[in-house]
Design a protein around this ligand. Structure first.
Ligand code: ASP
Length: 332
């Protein structure tokens, strides 16, 4: 069932790939029950995306429906399972982009929206802007008929405990350094730090009409302050879809912004003529690792239906579904 980077190329006629973040628990902490719960949630997400694309649905519908399932699951750091800020509230970011039309929509710092990916879609389709933030984005959600979701809905004990642990580390002066070497990074910054930054969800889909769409949704890092926004709502950093491929990222957002990771993968294909596999390898194992602590991963699809899932961490919750409805999920 498990797949690694060494597998043969995955190619679909049309389909969808998803991730549920790189903050995976070490194998010895992932109980069989929890592993089963993650696998079931990933499968549900893929099935929802596939179903949306099976009828008249487009890649946009597939991405939105797949991401919505993970936003509703408390297992992932997005929507309902979002991390808490230092103030003890959720502050969520999301974006979506369509390659053929190069249209995009994104929201940042929203606190009362159940499905930020749906709001990002509204920004893309029903608004002249690309990125809306905070109260303005929430007001736009109301205009689009999306009700305000009370804060209780977003409370999960697990994320609350993560926030308390992050605050304790901070009080002891153990806040995350800005530069550590990848490889040693998960040891140096600790599994907890990675966990605090990871769990984001995302999807890339290619439909029968050849439309490529990428979307990403996140609660961002635990204990974040000062209105911190990560890469996920930043088009070209956490999400990109262009003429060659679609990419959704997860990981240490500051590094993904600095290196415009999602767009860099598309640009390498366009300018260097390399394959999707080479482009994802060069960025995830080259640029990000060379620039220290660029922990994370990507899922991507190109216009020919090749699927890539590439990460420099111990694992990434992930899966894909092809045109026959065959679902595969993997963690490590
Ligand atoms: N990239 C996200 C952020 O920095 C976090 C993650 O992927 O887990 O907000």
């Amino acid at each position: 069932m498990e797949e690694t980077r060494a597998v043969d190329s995955i190619k679909v006629k049309w389909g969808l790939v998803i991730h549920g973040g790189v903050g995976v628990l070490p194998r010895d902490q992932l109980t069989p029950e929890l592993e089963e719960a993650y696998r079931a949630a990933l499968t549900e997400s893929l099935s929802a995306g596939f179903e949306a694309m099976s009828g008249v649905g487009s890649a946009i519908d597939g991405v939105v429906e797949a991401v919505k399932v993970m936003e509703d699951s408390p297992l992932f750091n997005a929507g309902r399972g979002s991390n808490f800020t230092a103030d003890g509230v959720v502050s969520m970011d999301a974006s979506i982009m369509e390659g053929g039309t190069v249209s995009a929509g994104a929201v940042a710092g929203v606190r009362d929206v159940r499905h930020p990916i749906r709001l990002a879609r509204h920004v893309m389709e029903d608004c002249p802007h690309v990125l809306l933030a905070g109260e303005g984005a929430e007001a736009f959600a109301r205009e689009m008929g999306m009700p305000s979701q009370g804060s209780d809905f977003f409370f999960t004990q697990r994320r609350w405990d993560d926030l308390q642990a992050a605050k304790e580390r901070e009080a002891k002066g153990e806040a995350t350094p800005n530069t550590v070497d990848v490889g040693a990074a998960e040891v140096a910054v600790g599994a907890d730090e990675l966990k605090d930054r990871a769990g984001t969800v995302g999807s890339v889909a290619l439909d029968r009409e050849g439309r490529l769409v990428a979307g990403t949704s996140t609660g961002g890092s635990a204990n974040k302050k000062w209105g911190r926004i990560g890469d996920s709502p930043v088009v070209a950093a956490g999400t990109y879809a262009g003429s060659h491929c679609g990419v959704s990222c997860t990981g240490w957002g500051e590094y993904f912004i600095r290196h415009a990771v999602a767009h860099d993968i598309q640009a390498r294909m366009a300018y260097l003529g390399v394959s999707l596999r080479e482009a994802t390898d060069q960025v995830v194992h080259g640029t990000l690792e060379d620039h220290r602590a660029g922990l994370g991963g990507v899922v991507a699809m190109d216009r020919d239906g090749y699927v890539e899932m590439c990460f420099n961490t111990r694992g990434m919750y992930r899966g894909w579904v092809d045109e026959t409805g065959r679902v595969r999920v993997a963690i490590f």
